[in-house]
Write a protein that binds this ligand. Structure first.
Ligand code: SAM
Length: 446
């Protein structure tokens, strides 16, 4: 990449976002982490994605004709410019000068006049344009893609504004304290001595929420495994799955291993834990995580395979516990991955639903009678959550969805009152991610 300044690099990165395995913002930013101006590049990219639907609507009113697809970098440069003018405290003249300069750095000198004119035009008409936007109950106003806004409006009308506001917030950095190394209170004090303030989690007994994010190397004993970075919602998994010493456990979609580690920390006496993931590359991260936490014991086995292909991994011995942390639209973690607003499509959701149903049906065969399967997603959408569970229950005579009684989240019920699971909505900027849990038990007598 030849672009020099932070704005030009941000525009280039954003114009190469794509839905493939390597096309996410996090992956594309990896090439630039060594640059001294990386924090600014990261801020510009994350912020522009976070507000993309709004910025794109504004740009539509400011451009007299759409830019050609070969000039996607110029379009993104304009969006990055609007983001700075709307959301950051950088002086307007500096934003305009740097953006004009960036068009030259992108080797598009012809765009300098356009960039200058569009950004100045926005500043001139700002009050009227913004007032018009604020009047509408629209996807653009709430900075959500239209299809997702429509789905949330239909499925969660009462929480729509709060969910959208939560999705647009910057996420907290949350730690999971390894209670085998220290207590949550002691670790909190240790942090306070270093000037790192944290509050207790809202729903998980292991969670500490930092007031401000920090680098993991600033966290005492991080390298020795005293704490891990993990949202509170994921920390709820071990208790919900009722893990006991001697259990045989399957973690069907395990990478990068956050929940694998949480389960092993919570119950070190498991007979065995098999962690599967279809991506060998991602599975390598499970090994790294378990090694840091000294959890790579001989009870744990990692296998890169399709969990739905039972012949490739199952020896026929029924499992006591299964975690199916299913591949999903990730619409509950948009605040952490705002590029979802740019990349995700309704077709992606449909293909996730197919995988979810296939995996659930296949894995059910491997669960012991009397065993429990915890189905989780970080999706907000009913079709990936309660509707998926309802369809499964209707088709599976020996399956029952257990009520999850808790003082967090909202219970999801079928129209006949059957429990279908519990959802966490990301409505609190310091609360947990959007997440869904369904606990399924197997018995001949259901
Ligand atoms: C939500 S992520 C899992 C996160 C993980 N449980 C954790 O807590 O760190 C879903 C994972 O499912 C994997 N995956 C997708 N389809 C799969 C399949 N058919 N079999 C096994 N893994 C699959 C993806 O590679 C991805 O790593």
């Amino acid at each position: 990449m030849t672009a020099k300044g932070a704005r030009a690099v941000a525009a280039k990165v954003l114009s190469t976002l794509h839905g493939g395995a390597s096309g996410s913002l996090g992956n594309l930013l990896d090439d630039h982490r060594e640059r001294p101006d990386f924090p600014l590049i990261q801020e510009l990219c994350f912020g522009t994605c976070r507000w993309f639907p709004t910025l794109d609507a504004l740009l539509g009113t400011l451009l007299s004709k759409a830019l050609k697809s070969k000039d996607a970098d110029v379009r993104w440069l304009l969006l990055v410019g609007l983001y700075q003018l709307r959301e950051l405290t950088i002086a307007d003249y500096a934003v305009i000068n740097e953006s004009v300069e960036a068009s030259r750095s992108l080797k598009k000198p012809w765009a300098a006049a356009l960039v200058n004119a569009v950004l100045r035009n926005y500043l001139r008409r700002k009050d009227a344009i913004e007032a018009q936007l604020a009047e509408q109950e629209s996807a653009a106003r709430y900075a959500h893609p239209q299809w997702l806004f429509d789905a949330l409006a239909a499925q969660r009308p009462d929480s729509l504004a709060a969910i959208c506001t939560g999705n647009n917030a910057r996420p907290p950095m949350t730690l999971r304290v390894n209670l085998r190394c220290t207590t949550r209170d002691d670790y909190r004090e240790l942090l306070a001595e270093l000037g790192i303030n944290a509050s207790l989690g809202h729903c998980a007994a292991t969670a500490l929420i930092l007031d401000e994010p920090c680098h993991v190397d600033e966290l005492p004993h991080f390298r020795e495994g005293w704490v891990s970075v993990q949202d509170e919602a994921s920390q709820l998994v071990p208790a919900l799955l009722k893990l006991d010493a001697g259990h045989t456990v399957l973690d069907a979609c395990a990478a990068p291993g956050g929940k694998t580690a949480a389960m092993l920390e919570a119950q070190p006496g498991l007979r065995s834990l098999l962690a599967l993931d279809s991506s060998a590359k991602r599975l390598a991260r499970v090994s790294e995580n378990l090694e840091r936490l000294s959890l790579a014991a001989n009870t744990v086995r990692l296998t890169a395979t399709d969990a739905g292909d039972l012949a490739s991994w199952w020896d026929g011995a029924p499992l006591d516990r299964i975690l199916l942390d299913a591949p999903c639209s990730a619409t509950g973690v948009i605040r952490r991955h705002p590029d979802i607003k740019v990349l995700r499509t309704p077709e992606d959701v449909e293909s996730c639903v197919v995988s979810q149903r296939t995996l659930l049906a296949a894995l059910w065969e491997t669960l012991a009678e009397g065993g429990l399967l915890l189905y989780t997603t970080c999706s907000l959408l009913a079709e990936e959550n309660e509707a998926c569970i309802e369809a499964f229950l209707d088709a599976t005579a020996d399956a029952k969805s257990e009520r999850i009684l808790a003082d967090w989240g909202v219970e999801c019920l079928a129209s006949d009152g059957r429990p279908l699971g519990r959802a966490l909505l990301p409505t609190d900027a310091r609360g947990p991610d959007g997440f869904f849990f369904a606990l399924l038990s197997k018995s001949k007598n259901h």
